[in-house]
Design a protein around this ligand. Structure first.
Ligand code: IPM
Ligand code: MG
Length: 346
């Protein structure tokens, strides 16, 4: 019985998570998945009441789940960064979620800002290393606030985490179009770049069917806009992955459909599934947030739990709902979109 901790979070998080849970409950009944869903309260209100974004006791409790489904976090009442770092990054690192999988797909009916881009030309996956690089430490500052201030922010790249991420990317490429692109900045960030290139070279020997290439992170932004069809699986470090996945989301019609999975690959802790979008406090409570990314993230979670057929029908139903909404020119209404997805699941 897979135990799933549902964490709606802040802002539009609860609204979009409600729709994702409706879809999960439907698939649970239809396909006999025996999901055990428990709601957990984290986010701004919890932080303001307890002073902790995610205590070690809470972390231990969540460790007992088989997967976490997360809405969004961030609230104007809490200084930026506290919840994001204290919850999202703490989870990723404590639970060794070494890979962040971010599919970038232009769904039929969705509108890309790139003129003439068609769905067949935009279907790739960013595999982002999720625990290292610039995200590892807080850095140090001397002479803060003076003209002599010096900030140092170290980035850590280990062969172990890099290899785990690169191996996952090759395995994924084998199930897709068998193309893998390493995205880095090996011409400037030389040492870390070496760890990445060596990992791709070494692990690539085990996957001779996968065609490998390399693109610098700056050039990547250009190619992603001009020729997204060039990419199948893009493997990259934490910060580059953060940046190019937002760009990819924009190219594929916005953050509304950008889902993600933070995967623990060694079975020591649960994986964590979330829409890439934030809590959007400006539209929270109005029932107009697009729940597609949250529902797609729930679908990725089902896939991760081994329910491949249910996951596929979740994805197909979301794709169908996107097309219906686009064809009718319907404005986004969160619950109505959820209804439409359910209608395609019957
Ligand atoms: C993301 C977000 C996070 C990140 C923030 C909220 C810490 O931008 O998941 O992409 O930088 O990884
Ligand atoms: Mg980001």
């Amino acid at each position: 019985m897979p135990r799933i901790a549902v964490i709606p979070g802040d802002g539009i998080g609860p609204e979009v998570t409600t729709e994702a849970v409706r879809v999960l409950e439907h698939l649970d009944r239809r396909d006999g998945l025996a999901l055990d869903l428990t709601e957990e309260t984290f986010g701004a209100t919890h932080y303001l009441a307890t002073g902790e974004a995610l205590s070690d006791e809470s972390l231990d409790r969540l460790r007992g789940a088989d997967a976490l489904l997360f809405g969004a976090m961030g609230d104007p009442r809490v200084a930026p960064g506290i919840l994001e770092r204290g919850f999202i990054l703490k989870l990723r690192m404590s639970f060794r979620q070494s890979v962040n999988v971010r599919p970038i797909r232009l769904y039929p009916g969705a509108t890309s800002p790139i003129a003439g881009l068609t769905p067949d030309r935009c279907d790739l996956v960013v595999v982002r290393e999720n625990t290292e690089g610039m995200y590892t430490a807080d850095g140090t500052m001397t002479a803060e606030g003076t003209p002599y201030a010096v900030a140092v922010h170290a980035a850590v790249t280990t062969a172990a985490a890099t290899h785990a991420c690169v191996r996952y990317a090759f395995e994924l490429a084998m199930r897709r179009r068998r193309r893998l692109t390493l995205c880095h900045k090996t011409n400037v960030i030389v040492q870390a770049g070496l760890v990445w290139s060596r990992a791709v070279e070494e692990i690539g020997e085990e996957f001779p069917e996968v065609e490998v290439d390399y693109v610098h992170a700056d050039a990547m932004t250009l190619h992603l806009v001009q020729r997204p069809e060039r990419f199948d699986v893009v493997v990259t470090d934490n910060l580059f992955g953060d940046i190019i996945s937002d760009l990819g989301a924009a190219v594929s019609g916005g953050l509304g459909t950008a889902a993600s999975g933070n995967l623990n690959l060694d079975g020591s802790a649960p994986s964590f599934f979330e829409a890439i979008h934030g809590s959007a406090p400006d539209i929270a409570g109005q029932g107009i947030a697009n729940p597609a990314a949250a529902i797609l993230s729930a679908g990725m979670m089902l896939d991760h739990l081994g329910f491949e057929a249910s996951a596929r029908s979740c994805q197909e139903a979301v794709a169908a709902a996107i097309e219906v909404f686009a064809a009718d020119g319907r404005p986004m209404v969160t619950a109505a979109f959820g209804d439409e997805v359910l209608a395609h699941l019957a």
